[in-house]
Design a binder for this molecule. Structure first.
Ligand SMILES: [Zn+2]
Length: 241
């Protein structure tokens, strides 16, 4: 049974989405093909084997990077041997609790179909996934023929990172920016930091955003999203009425 919707995009990028999770909640899981190794950006809830789904399309070694430690992005990280994330959230990856991974936001409406008998979204927490690689602003991940730069973009969470490939102009932004209402009200969110991070992203020379949720978009759309956020239209603290 295939538990993922799989979409192939340009530049060796493939998007996985979990079928168990509702469309407005599930994150985008990105697979990027390199010559010597592949990159996974985010891992979803991890309610079924993501690593097995990936082996269907690639047998190269995998570096798994989580943009941050929230339940919808880091749940499958424990399935990978090579696990990277920002040091500011290292303790959460290693010792997840429902509060720390903001799973207390979850209710039954998030689940589209039960992943296994006895699954309970009200008590579920992802498995510990101690980081094997700490990443920070300026670090570069080398896939052999492709190089991805880590950009620290705190605000949504303290250890949020984006991943940028200058050669193709691809940037993967996690929950720092996507085309929806931006979550800046979580227990460890800092809205002023998110504003700085959004400006940092806009200052970069990217062509396409592969975001943590919903569809991908270009730089013009990114400017509109940021401008609307600054006007209070995309903030959870002041959502669109
Ligand atoms: Zn998040």
């Amino acid at each position: 049974m295939n538990n993922y919707e799989i979409t192939r995009l340009d530049y060796g990028v493939t998007r996985f989405r979990e079928k168990f999770i509702s469309a407005d909640w599930r994150c985008n899981i990105w697979h990027i093909q390199g010559r010597e190794r592949d990159l996974i950006i985010d891992t979803g809830f991890g309610l079924s084997s993501l690593s097995a789904a990936i082996t269907e399309i690639s047998d190269r070694p995998i570096i798994a990077v989580c943009t941050h430690s929230h339940h919808d992005h880091a749940g499958g990280l424990c399935q990978f041997e090579n696990r990277c994330g920002h040091h500011a959230e290292a303790k959460i990856f290693a010792e997840p609790s429902r509060k720390a991974i903001v799973a207390d936001l979850l209710d039954a409406s998030v689940i589209r179909k039960l992943p296994y008998e006895g699954f309970d979204i009200e008590t579920w927490c992802y498995q510990p996934a101690p980081l094997t690689g700490l990443i920070d602003d300026g670090d570069i991940i080398d896939l052999g023929d492709r190089h991805f730069h880590i950009v620290h973009v705190p605000g949504h969470s303290p250890g949020s990172v984006a991943i940028f490939e200058p050669k193709t102009g691809i940037i993967l932004t996690g929950d720092a920016i996507y085309d929806g209402v931006l979550y800046d009200h979580l227990f460890h969110s800092v809205p002023d930091q998110l504003v700085e991070s959004l400006n940092k992203i806009l200052s970069m020379d990217f062509n396409i955003v592969h975001a943590g949720h919903f569809h991908s978009f270009d730089k013009d759309r990114a400017k509109i999203i940021v401008s609307e956020y600054m006007d209070g239209k995309r903030s959870m603290l002041c959502p669109i009425s």
